[in-house]
Ligand binder design. Structure first.
Ligand SMILES: CC(C)(COP(=O)(O)OP(=O)(O)OC[C@H]1O[C@@H](n2cnc3c(N)ncnc32)[C@H](O)[C@@H]1OP(=O)(O)O)[C@@H](O)C(=O)NCCC(=O)NCCS
Length: 312
């Protein structure tokens, strides 16, 4: 029988030091790019949240870390890191840390958690959108610049912003263990994929702003693509960036990740949701997000033009 995993808040310096060690192990970051114990302590003290997954006799095997954040005139938690040691993955530890994070944030009277994730990491996307019920409607190109993390392969750090509306019916259903409905077979595809040397290669994206639901295919195993051919990985990033930018400019949101008969790829499901109140981007921040319908028509045309342009 597997040892029990307990989830609890960080207490003392040892706990924070353990999270520094986990960052090294999980991301392989250089010392300069690690979030230090001091920084973790300061931001938790100021309203952040560090939850640990602990196994008796083993120590800390995972953590979730978020700091106090502000957007659209309201406080929320921005969840900066979620990490589980490789030996403990696939056993529900990451999901437990997220649901515990939801409870703690709700107990503070807040209703939103955000975080960023690499759109090319299909498993992670599935965890965020399908299992947790977050949605994404904002694309952040090369958010962190090039990093020392082995997980980033020296590539641009494009990110989707996940919005986890903790009291939404969608998240309540996910919290109760109800799976999202599978997307209808009639969804329009943004791209086609063929295999080249065993790796998936995408067509240029073609954007249909009238479809109710769109599918964007991405590789199932991103690390395998990166290891096989970094040039191909960059082509994929370009296809995915142009597709999300065009779709978000037209008011779509990424709501799910669907499996496909061809296991080389999975598909993001993009749906038109009721427009959220118009929000302004922070000064100097590069971002593409869903807009109100009126603004979508102009920005969307630009996005669609970009999506149709350029090499794969
Ligand atoms: C992402 C991560 C925290 C998931 O932790 P976990 O304990 O394995 O997750 P759980 O067992 O609770 O949930 C499993 C689900 O997460 C998905 N998942 C996401 N990333 C995964 C990964 N790298 N390895 C295995 N499963 C992963 C699984 O596909 C699974 O969904 P499925 O049942 O549909 O297949 C962990 O894989 C990790 O530390 N990855 C490296 C760091 C990272 O990418 N963090 C997130 C961005 S900050």
């Amino acid at each position: 029988m597997e040892p029990a995993v307990a989830v609890r808040a960080a207490r003392g310096r040892e706990d924070y030091d353990a999270c520094v060690g986990l960052q090294h192990e999980v991301w392989g970051l250089s010392d300069l790019e690690i979030t230090s114990a001091i920084q973790l302590i300061a931001t938790v003290h100021a309203g952040g949240l560090l939850l640990l997954a602990e196994v008796a006799g083993e120590g800390i095997v995972g953590f979730s870390y978020g700091f106090a954040a502000w957007s659209d005139g309201a406080a929320h938690l921005h969840s900066d890191m979620l990490a589980v040691l490789p030996a403990w993955r696939g056993q529900g530890v990451g999901v437990r840390l997220k649901w515990a994070q939801r409870e703690a944030v709700l107990a503070r009277g807040l209703g939103l958690v955000t975080w960023t994730f690499d759109p090319m990491r299909a498993k992670n996307a599935r965890l965020n959108l399908r299992h947790l019920g977050a949605i994404a409607r904002e694309f952040l190109p090369d958010l962190y610049g090039r990093t020392s993390s082995a997980l980033h392969h020296g590539l641009a750090t494009d990110r989707l912003l996940a919005r986890w509306q903790l009291r939404s019916p969608r998240v309540r259903r996910a919290a109760a263990g109800h799976a999202l409905e599978a997307p209808s077979a009639g969804s329009a595809r943004l791209n086609d994929v063929r295999l080249r040397g065993g790796q998936p290669v995408s067509s240029d994206p073609r954007f249909d702003g009238d479809a109710r639901r769109l599918l964007l295919l991405v590789p199932s195993e991103w690390d395998a693509v990166c290891r096989a051919d970094l040039g191909l990985a960059r082509e994929w990033q370009s296809v995915v960036r142009r597709s999300f930018e065009a779709a978000f400019a037209h008011g779509y949101a990424a709501t799910d990740v669907a499996t496909l008969p061809d296991a080389a790829c999975v598909a993001y499901v993009l749906e038109k949701l009721t427009p959220s109140p118009s929000r302004r981007a922070a000064p100097g921040r590069k971002t593409t997000r869903s807009r109100t319908p009126r603004r979508a028509s102009r920005a969307g045309r630009r996005g669609a033009a970009r999506a149709g342009r350029g090499k794969r």
